[in-house]
Design a protein around this ligand. Sequence first.
Ligand SMILES: C[S@@+](CC[C@H](N)C(=O)[O-])C[C@H]1O[C@@H](n2cnc3c(N)ncnc32)[C@H](O)[C@@H]1O
Length: 168
Amino acid sequence: MDFIRIGFDFFADQEMFHGHFIAADVFEETSELDGLKGQMSIIFLGAFLHLFDWDKQLIIAKRVVSLLDPKKHNVVFGRMVGNVVGREYPNYSSHADYPEHTRYLHNPKTLQEMWDEVGNATGTKWVVQADLTHVNDGQEAVPSLINPAGSGMIDFTIERVVAEHDNT
Ligand SMILES: C[S@@+](CC[C@H](N)C(=O)[O-])C[C@H]1O[C@@H](n2cnc3c(N)ncnc32)[C@H](O)[C@@H]1O
């Protein structure tokens, strides 16, 4: 909440800004996010999923699905650190805010696999389009010391597939 206030103070735009910020922990069972359940059509996940391991990413993805309005065209898009070899990697940036021991870095195939699992768990179907670019050779990580060799940026668009007769 402080950051929202600091942002408004810095840009002096509170009066002209018509968006609504919500600060919530995505893992909290009940939060202000609940007010958006079933209402969104597009969700942006920027540099977010890569902070967590597979299991936590699954929890987030299911939460994301719960916020989407199934009557609309649903798109989840974003970017994050990925890796040519999609798997769990040690979380070298682990600290109080990000205590995970591992973080799952995806390639396009593992990202589709994850969303197949999300689909099975939520009775939905998703198609992932993703590109892994700027892959490092182990010298220049992305560009950070915490990303292993083979890391790059993965840009993704994940669209809900709707059977024609469901598309109201
Ligand atoms: C690397 S920053 C990305 C910021 C921005 N989305 C972007 O694209 O540049 C990761 C963000 O995830 C947020 N975050 C980390 N854990 C979270 C959680 N459990 N619930 C909600 N947000 C979280 C952090 O506060 C931080 O703003």
